[in-house]
Design a protein around this ligand. Structure first.
Ligand code: GLC
Length: 542
């Protein structure tokens, strides 16, 4: 168990993300719930994780699956009650697991009482909680577009103004310039800290300091001022782990956000590697092959760029990204081996690893008929491209590759009906491959993807070089090998990954010839690495 009174305890922690809607249903509603998470805590303890990041469970009309909150201090009835939540926090704590809540602070739901008031009139004290601009019906303040498509402005006749929304119209942006808004947010966070949560994930946090007149949404001029105030008023009063979602972060900015003095956050999610397989300057839907050499060099830059002066988060999946084994691995003949390679490649690095539910089983993408998709981003994208005359097959190809519902299909617990997720009809179909890919089968198999994750987590706890070591990229230009070295005094690791369906000649360089193998994903052969082979070598004290 980690010593969580130590300021930087989260540097040795492994976080597991739960998307509650798809994790475990206990009522037959087809939607996962908090009692379901409690039921699966033993599973998570067996895996070895330290923190659960819970995607939003607060009261919400669910326009964007809970990222549209209507009451920050209550639980959505679909997931249970506040009493269930308190029980989850206590039961998790008993197993040495902390709960990380998802804070959606950039916007609320349009049904939040603040917004209901705000739209009643310009004189209402809540009006200034949101971002408004004058205008006339049909004459938008400017041409800004929302992330989910359509204009970022919505007209409210009662006040004769437009409000600003970076996401869906039902997600009005909060006005962080207003100190009263910030105070409300801090009080709410302190209240959650009192409930015993041990961390927070901050949704789209780099978008809070916007200036719509200058068309600035990301990295606005007051961003770091706001983050420092937020941290002083809340997080620094406890010993918390915090991670901010920051699509716009580069290395210098991530250094500020994750400064070792704790003045802002523990770390950010940056997406530099995750946008490499799209056409530069285009939407994520505009697919491009993964530029492998760029990918590993980008990881190397971040590893070195934050070493000693910031902290990385390590992730390949979340609820917004397609399944990594289908994306960068091979989810056919080499599914198991490539899923393990991806895990080894990531968990050998410096940073706090995040495992997204089902990743530890090697769960894959899904292909559904268009009417079965639930995600509003997918639906909006489909309609827009259809209207532009784009052929159906091409649109579907993008959705199969990048749609967010790939990550949101129910957790595959066993080979029984509903994959053990629900006795009812799941809100999003279960992937038909649940008969082969499921937790029960993998827990019984010492060679499973699950066993590999379990082992990687244990290794990180045992050898300080995983947490503290520096990073050097080997074979920087090699088109298939991703090889890197970590070192901490006399302790050294060499992580070797053969990325692809072909064998690649390779011999361990000198100091590594007789090194101990900490983990590997297939039998070794002299002089070559097998397709998708990966291993971690170790030199140092025993
Ligand atoms: C973040 C969330 C995503 C959500 C969006 C708006 O990007 O991860 O799921 O749709 O914010 O809140």
């Amino acid at each position: 168990m980690l010593d969580k009174t130590k300021k930087d305890w989260w540097k040795s922690a492994v976080v597991y993300q739960i998307y509650p809607k798809s994790f475990q249903d206990t009522t037959g509603s087809g939607v996962g719930d908090i009692p379901g998470i409690i039921r699966r805590l033993d599973y998570l303890q067996t895996l070895g994780i330290d923190v659960i990041w819970l995607s939003p469970v607060c009261a919400s009309p669910q326009v964007d699956n809970g990222y549209d909150i209507s009451d920050y201090r209550d639980i959505d009835p679909m997931f249970g009650t506040l009493a269930d939540m308190r029980r989850l926090i206590a039961e998790a704590k008993r197993r040495g697991i902390g709960i990380m809540m998802d804070l959606v602070l950039n916007h609320t739901s349009d049904r939040h009482p603040w917004f209901v008031q705000a739209r009643q009139g310009r004189e209402n004290p809540y009006h200034d909680y949101y971002v408004w601009r004058d205008g006339q019906p049909g004459r938008l303040p400017n041409g800004m577009q929302a992330v989910f498509g359509g204009p970022a402005w919505e007209w409210v006749p009662e006040v004769g103004q437009y409000y600003f929304h970076q996401f869906a119209p039902q997600q009005p942006d909060l006005n962080w310039e207003n100190p009263a808004v910030r105070r409300e947010i801090y009080d709410m966070i302190l209240w959650w800290m009192d409930q015993g949560v041990e961390g927070f994930q901050l949704d789209v946090i780099d978008q809070i300091a916007k200036d719509p007149d200058l068309e600035i949404t990301c990295n606005g001029p007051r961003l770091h001022e706001f983050l420092r105030e937020l941290s002083t008023e809340t997080f620094q009063k406890g010993c918390l782990v915090t991670v901010g979602e920051a699509w716009g972060a580069d290395i210098p900015r991530a250094r500020l956000c994750s400064a070792p003095d704790g003045s802002e956050l523990s770390m950010v999610f940056q997406f530099e590697q995750m946008v490499l397989d799209q056409q530069p300057g285009k939407e994520k839907w505009d697919l491009a092959p993964l530029p492998f050499v760029k990918m590993k060099q980008s990881f190397a830059r971040w590893q070195q760029g934050l070493h000693g002066c910031g902290w990385n988060s390590l992730f390949l999946n979340n609820h917004d990204l397609p399944r990594i084994v289908s994306r960068w691995g091979n989810d056919g003949a080499y599914r198991v081996r490539s899923a393990k390679l991806l895990a080894i490649m990531l968990h050998g690095m410096q940073g706090t690893p995040y495992i997204y539910q089902g990743e530890e089983l090697g769960m894959t993408n899904i292909r559904l008929p268009i009417e079965q998709y639930q995600d509003l981003e997918i639906r909006n994208f489909y309609q827009k491209r259809r209207a532009e005359g784009c052929p159906e097959e091409e649109i579907l190809r993008s959705i199969y590759a990048k749609g967010r519902d790939n990550a949101r299909t129910p957790m595959q617990w066993n080979a029984g009906p509903g994959a053990g997720f629900t006795t009812g009809t799941p809100w999003l179909p279960v992937n038909p491959n649940y008969r082969e890919i499921n937790a029960q089968a993998e827990m019984a198999d010492p060679d499973s993807v699950f066993a590999c994750y379990q082992k990687l987590i244990a290794l990180r706890k045992r050898y300080p070089v995983f947490v503290e070591g520096d990073f050097a990229l080997h074979e920087a230009e090699h088109p298939r090998l991703f090889v890197y070295e970590r070192s901490l005094g006399e302790e050294k690791l060499l992580v070797v990954c053969n990325f692809g369906d072909e064998a690649t000649p390779w011999k361990a360089p000198d100091p590594w010839k007789n090194a101990q193998v900490l983990i590997e994903n297939c039998p070794r052969q002299e002089g070559a690495l097998q397709p998708w082979e990966a291993r971690i070598l170790y030199c140092g004290k025993q």
